[in-house]
Ligand binder design. Sequence first.
Ligand code: MF3
Ligand code: CO
Length: 255
Amino acid sequence: MIILKTREEIEKIRISGRIVAEVLQVLRGLVRPGLTTWALNRKAEEIIKKRKARAAFKGYKPSFGSRPYPAALCVSINDEVVHGLPSPRRSLREGDIVSMDVGVEYRGYFGDGATTVPVGDVNGRVEELLQVTEESLYKGIEAAIVGNRVGDISHAVQAYVESRGFSVVKEFVGHGVGKRLHEDPPVPNYGFPGKGPVLQEGMTIAIEPMVTMGKGDVEIKGDGWTAVTVDGSWAAHFEHTIAILGDGPEILTEL
Ligand code: MF3
Ligand code: CO
């Protein structure tokens, strides 16, 4: 069931969304060779606590039966697509790419966002992967117009990604966001224009393209969480929570 939000509810999601944006902005500035993924997680927790909010991923129990997620932040490096577990034994290296995904709950409403950044200098095609993935997110957002359908968002993301020679991951999808981290509708990064639920004023959704340099197939590592590409190709992930309004989409996970 899709839950439409009032102006007041969207304002609450905007507050959570701003905390998400603040966390990602600070973390982006910390990324450098030698930093551990655990240090990134600690910083995320510190900011969330300072804002009197709650880390939405910590303790999250997935429907697919894994153990509860143990951290505030997902940190996924290179061929890791999403849900990488922060660790004091894992350090960033020059030439890596690192995806950081964070969810925040503030006064009962959630915000969810992700970004991928290079660690120092990266290979040119890898740089292009980051650009194309972020641009595909904005293509999706541009299609999030009242009267369009979810499939218009999905198709906009997929068509752009594939036109640039990359692949979308189909195993994980975007989602509604509100009083829960994951609400209806699912928002796939692949699909057909004119298909799926109609977009209505007051919908709040997370659009989150996951894009790889090879094939889009993923598998879950032995830790029960980390999703990696089967072919070892590198992946990027960008995510915004947005509101669909009468005068167009508004990004809520932005400063
Ligand atoms: N942004 C991801 C999502 O929408 C991250 C979830 S991590 C989890 O689902 F720990 F909460 F599962
Ligand atoms: Co999400």
